[in-house]
Design a protein around this ligand. Sequence first.
Ligand code: SAM
Length: 239
Amino acid sequence: ASFGYRDVDAAEKAGMVRAVFSNVAAKYDLMNDAMSGGAHRLWKDQFVKRVKPQPGEQILDMAGGTGDIAFRMHKLGAQITVSDINPEMLAVGVERAQKKGYEGLIWSEQNAETLTFGDREFDAYTIAFGIRNVTHIDKALREAHRVLKFGGRFFCLEFSTTTWPGFSDVYDSYSHKLVPQLGKLFANDADSYRYLIESIRRFPPMPKFEGMIRDAGFVNTKVEPILGGLVAIHSGWKI
Ligand code: SAM
């Protein structure tokens, strides 16, 4: 399959995203380390520090993939539901949890746009490097708001656009040239990684995305840029 990112319609985008993550599932964790030089671990640590999971809290880790965020929060005693649209990513996560001896996580195949959970079930909702893959981001944000309790908090970790000029040039050439090559080398799949980079470039800049979170009903929204916004933590509250 080719994921050369033209202008695609909604159904096409959803199909493409499914194929990309089915292709990369087995190598996903290795690739994250290879492509970020291990930095994704630090970003995820920082993210979970902001979420401050409390023992016994119900937390939904949406687009949770192979469990990186979920495991960090589980270790702090929260009750985690890991949801993802892609069963292959979840299967890798289940296997990793078994290897690590983590018990009690709930794994649930879900589309972020149309959750099957009831209203006000969760104390917090997290989504890390997932929302840019969702076809209708506004729908996913409204669903996040719906399933949160009053006083519940929303946290999103995502690539964004760095405002450090020199850095952005270096990053652009790294991502457009080197990332697909690494994808080819490690996973024999340059196209999937081309898609992933293109989806970063197309993602709305920080102020716009923060506005979308407010439009979904969240208040006290905040953005915390990392590396000038190369990565950003967006958050908001449901009251
Ligand atoms: N959160 C994990 C992490 O940080 O390592 C996984 C991130 S991975 C880059 C993105 C995940 O989003 C994939 O597992 C993909 O299947 C999932 N995803 C894409 N579209 C989705 C949707 N509409 N609903 C739920 N998950 C989705």
